[in-house]
Design a protein around this ligand. Structure first.
Ligand code: ZN
Ligand code: ZN
Length: 356
């Protein structure tokens, strides 16, 4: 909480009601599944959670008061009740992105006299874009575990395996190597199914002489990682090898464009321009990447319309891809950390289109 860079006065609020669990964790260290915190302009912070987390909240949050709420499951309502009891008259900023209509109805009914709720979007999220040393270290651990789990699982690939077997193997290896779990539903697709950018692993066998797309991320110490690699299980067509080279060229061009002060949109453009020159830009149907940290998708978006200027300490993915129905798709994704002079590629896994 002491790190919170927010000018309460110029935003015209006296307190922030934080209801995104990732924001709560960022500010207080609390990792439970139900919680909210109220940060007052003088820095005083109260964490609200339910009785399941009495012991845990006490251990994890030492920077302020913990209130255990028994009467409601809605911790934002507990925060308003706290303000009422303490006779605080507050203009309370809250993030509409993390407030349901149902919760808002309850809060409106419980709002103490003299208090007001004021929408205040993305305050903590904006700060979370730039990682401190401890966060960078956690992301590095997550990235290394993710890559090691990938290598271990790849060593066990057999053509008769199902896509879901390989996904299970990767997630099992992640946990063995120190992750608390996958950062998202592991994507394993083989053959023509690689044309689905977010393919769910099915019970289809991998087969021989096919391309496999694996998009995988881990969570370790709360922080995520994200990587996509392509493998050739047996031999694959010259056309697919050619397209792989094209996507790799686009990916390297985007990585080259990453540095402090550069707009997120121009990194996206760097990848898109390479594919455009090859007549492939129509097949590149998503953005070039995204920030990651406590969540696997955070700001900034590496896409044309994102106006964010990159800053040292931001961590983003670079993942151009092309997808051809009936043939297959190719995506190559690394996690990189922005530095003052460029970026550091955190992902150690080789980008060779390996035949196994
Ligand atoms: Zn990914
Ligand atoms: Zn990604």
């Amino acid at each position: 909480v002491r790190k919170l860079q927010f000018d309460f006065a110029s935003a015209g609020v006296d307190a922030l009601l934080v209801t995104s669990l990732h924001d709560v964790r960022y500010l207080t260290g609390f990792t439970g599944s139900n919680g909210a915190c109220l940060v007052l302009a003088d820095g005083r912070t109260v964490l609200f959670t339910d009785p399941r987390y009495t012991i845990q909240a006490g251990l994890e949050f030492r920077g302020g008061e913990v209130r255990i709420e028994k009467k409601t499951r809605l911790m934002a309502a507990a925060a308003l009740e706290y303000a009422r009891k303490k006779r605080l008259r507050l203009r309370i900023g809250f993030d509409p992105n993390y407030m349901t209509v149902a919760a808002m109805e309850v809060l409106a009914a419980k709002l103490p006299a003299g208090c007001k709720l004021v929408p205040q979007r993305g305050v903590v999220e904006a700060q979370r874009m730039v990682k401190d040393e401890a966060e960078l270290a956690a992301i590095r651990r997550s990235v290394l575990t993710n890559s090691a789990a990938f290598e271990a699982a790849v060593a066990r690939i057999r053509p008769e395996m199902r896509e879901s077997d390989l996904a299970a193997e990767i997630e099992y290896q992640q946990r063995l190597l120190g992750a608390s779990g996958p950062a998202f539903e592991t994507i394993v697709a083989s053959g023509a199914r690689t044309a689905l950018p977010h393919a769910r692993p099915t019970d289809a066998v991998l087969g021989a002489n096919v391309v496999i797309l694996i998009d995988v991320g881990a969570v370790q110490d709360g922080y995520t990682s994200d990587m996509t690699r392509m493998l050739a299980l047996g031999s694959v067509s010259r056309r697919m090898r050619g397209l792989y080279k094209d996507v790799l060229e686009a990916q390297l061009a985007a990585i080259d464009a990453v540095r402090e002060g550069v707009g997120a949109g121009s990194v996206d453009r760097a990848a898109r321009n390479v594919l455009k020159a090859k007549g492939l830009s129509e097949l590149f149907t998503h953005s070039t990447g995204h920030g990651l940290g406590l969540e696997v998708h955070e700001s900034p978006g590496i896409r044309q319309k994102d106006k964010t200027k990159l800053r040292a300490g931001m961590v983003v993915t670079i993942e151009p891809g092309i997808y051809i129905e009936g043939l297959g798709g190719i995506r190559i994704e690394d996690t990189v950390a922005v530095t003052s002079h460029g970026c550091e590629i955190l992902t150690p896994t080789s980008k060779e289109f390996k035949q196994i």
